[in-house]
Design a protein around this ligand. Structure first.
Ligand SMILES: Cc1cc2nc3c(=O)[nH]c(=O)nc-3n(C[C@H](O)[C@H](O)[C@H](O)COP(=O)(O)O)c2cc1C
Ligand SMILES: CCCCC(=O)C(=O)O
Length: 367
């Protein structure tokens, strides 16, 4: 039995990472933690936040703070959403059920990965909060269409098409570890629930799965095809260029997620907080702008809001919470970031998200 009492040693996202590391197998921890190649972009996603200073305003009435916002018509109490991450039952036996329930409990949006280890229907049944579905387009367009239809009928409110993964980035530790799903875990959306997955599929490396099943020939034309399949709003995730963001808008997307996939795809891609301002400027309020990558503190959320994001998503922090304490850990990680944001807003002189303006943020002078 896990001790449900809050352990005061678990206060920050980094505390949860340490606790998660102690509980996870090396293979699982390496899979969650890794970036691609030498990890340059992985380091930059966090360093870039550290380079930004918050030039706070004083003597503003911040006795009441309102952190709520609306994303694609859904009201959320604070601007921190759950990013799609694959294979959550590798972190904890309760996996996606626990993390989606934690998000529901806090009133925020949970995004389920195509590569979840719990079926999208089971997650929809288990938690009542707002949910989005992340989509990978497979060569098998029938399968892709079926995923879209299933997500729609299970009540997911948006589709998040990931556009930065034509092939899998090379995560060196995963290659060395021969990363594979352990016996008993399956890609639950991709197997007929009634029959077991073919043995070679269950045991395959993620990289070979992507190479054989994902459609690396996907182009902007296919975005139109996808939009025609569904009445759900479409978000394109993995955008780091203003021109691509404008193209997404022209292709009918309701929004973009400024993301480098948590630095797991192209090493050398820019830190997302660096490219966010130009993207927000290019779309100029014509579509939703979200961002993810390297958010570990409430002050990081404030910086992202100041530089043009409506809300942010967090990937690894949720996995660390899940691995450390199951659903309780996810709730504590999300609530911790929310509470840090509330303090940061008070100290910066910002009673509402709308008052978090770009002028608050300056790049630290190089020393
Ligand atoms: C272990 C892991 C698995 C992921 N799986 C997916 C996925 O299935 N689909 C997807 O679009 N993004 C996936 N991502 C990327 C996240 O959605 C998100 O972009 C990234 O984690 C944000 O960076 P952060 O971890 O620094 O918060 C994954 C990230 C991690 C760390
Ligand atoms: C096709 C990749 C699935 C998982 C993933 O996105 C990741 O490990 O980063």
């Amino acid at each position: 039995m896990q001790d449900p009492r809050p352990a005061p040693s678990l206060l920050t996202v980094d505390d949860f990472e340490r606790a998660a590391r102690a509980r996870l197998s090396k293979m699982a921890y390496d899979y969650y933690r890794s970036g691609a190649d030498e990890g340059r972009t992985l380091r930059e996603n966090r360093r870039a936040f550290r380079r930004l200073e918050i030039h706070h305003r004083v003597l503003v009435d911040v006795a009441e703070r309102d952190m709520s916002t609306t994303v694609l018509g859904t009201r959320v109490p604070f601007p921190i959403l759950v990013a799609p991450t694959a294979y959550q039952r590798l972190a904890h036996p309760d996996g996606e059920i626990a993390s989606s329930r934690a998000a529901s409990e806090l009133g925020t949006i949970f995004t389920l990965s195509t590569l979840s280890t719990t079926s999208l229907e089971a997650v929809a049944d288990a938690s009542s909060g707002p949910k989005w579905f992340q989509l990978y387009v497979h060569k098998d367009r029938g399968l892709t269409r079926a995923l879209v239809e299933r997500a729609e009928s299970a009540g997911y409110r948006a589709l998040m098409l990931t556009v930065d993964t034509p092939v899998l980035g090379r995560r060196i530790a995963d290659v060395r570890n021969g990363f594979a799903l352990p016996e008993g875990l399956v890609m639950a959306n991709l197997v007929d629930a009634a029959s077991a997955a073919p043995a070679e599929e269950r045991g395959s490396l993620l990289a070979s799965y992507v190479a054989s099943r994902h459609d690396a020939s996907l182009t902007w034309r296919d975005v139109g095809w996808l939009a025609s399949l569904t009445r759900l709003p479409l978000l394109l995730k993995g955008i780091v260029r203003p021109d691509d963001a404008v193209r997404a808008l022209d292709a009918g997307a309701a929004g973009v997620v400024v993301s480098n996939h948590g630095a797991r795809q192209l090493d050398g891609a820019p830190a997302t907080i660096e490219v966010l301002p130009a993207i927000a400027e290019a779309v100029a309020g014509r579509c939703l702008v979200l961002m993810d990558g390297g958010i570990r503190w409430g002050t990081d959320v404030l910086k992202a809001i100041a530089l043009g994001a409506r809300a942010v998503l967090v990937g690894r922090p949720v996995l660390w919470g899940l691995a450390a304490l199951g659903g309780e850990g996810v709730a504590r990680v999300l609530a911790g970031l929310r509470d840090e944001l509330s303090i940061a807003m008070a100290l910066a002189g910002c009673p509402t998200l709308a008052s978090i303006d770009r002028d608050l943020i300056r790049r630290a002078q190089a020393r």
